[in-house]
Design a protein around this ligand. Sequence first.
Ligand code: ATP
Length: 274
Amino acid sequence: MPYPPTVVSLGLAGGQGKSTVALMLGRYLGRLGIPVLFVDCDPQSSLTSFLGVQVQPDTPTLLEVLTQPEEKTKIIDAIASVPDVKLGDRIINNSNLFLIPSDDGLESANYKLASSGLSLFILRNRLQPIVSNFGVAIVDPPPERSHLAQTSLGAGDRWVIPAESNVKGVQSLLRTMELIKEFKPALPYGELMGVVPFRARWTGLHPTNATKTSIDTMQQLVGDELMLPHILESDVFKNAINQRVAPTDLGQPNLEYAIHVLAQRLKPALTEEY
Ligand code: ATP
């Protein structure tokens, strides 16, 4: 039976929009009725807090999933349901969203992964028995070249790179492309779905010079095919994240156009029709 796709939101610098793209793609697919498994592979645990999941002291997190044998920690026990959200007099239903959460203790998994010598494949192997219960898995890795980043990369068969629409974003994109190039020979199933320019700034009808220059440079680096629409710099996005909803829930679906296009690119890889 074919496995559902695992998408990894990659970027080798902080603040590039990895968690935002992972979160909004998952929320978008969840709204379509697709069961989504998020995996928070970053010890900063932004995704866990953006989804409003509280790590409980007596339940396993991704740390135990990655460092303990299946006989000791069943991966299924680490999967949390994402709570619904009350937005004014509406309830935003999150019943399609699930998460393997993390907290800052996840950092210590790096040592265990390093000593295993197989860090590239550990998360993929651990997800394999359960991933077919979902329509898609979405992994949010840390922003540096750690073993956690490697195991995230190896877990994915679809990679997306968000990159801030400025000089730092172009540098992050370059480093991330290098990482992919380095490991691609060991990961023949992995495919880059696209690059999402993040926090693009516009004044009136035009992008600012810094935004235009960086997006043009990204396009030259990856080619037209892999360039996805940008995500605008917008307080609506920030408010949506803080209120644990999506811009669409705040009446601004147009701000999610990049996520819509990304979801369309993913559709052929889904194992069921939604
Ligand atoms: P890190 O590597 O540090 O985890 P990241 O790459 O996951 O960062 P995000 O956490 O997704 O980056 O985003 C960085 C910040 O940008 C967050 O504080 C988020 O609230 C904010 N943000 C998200 N979307 C937008 C937007 N469209 N406009 C402005 N700010 C945004």
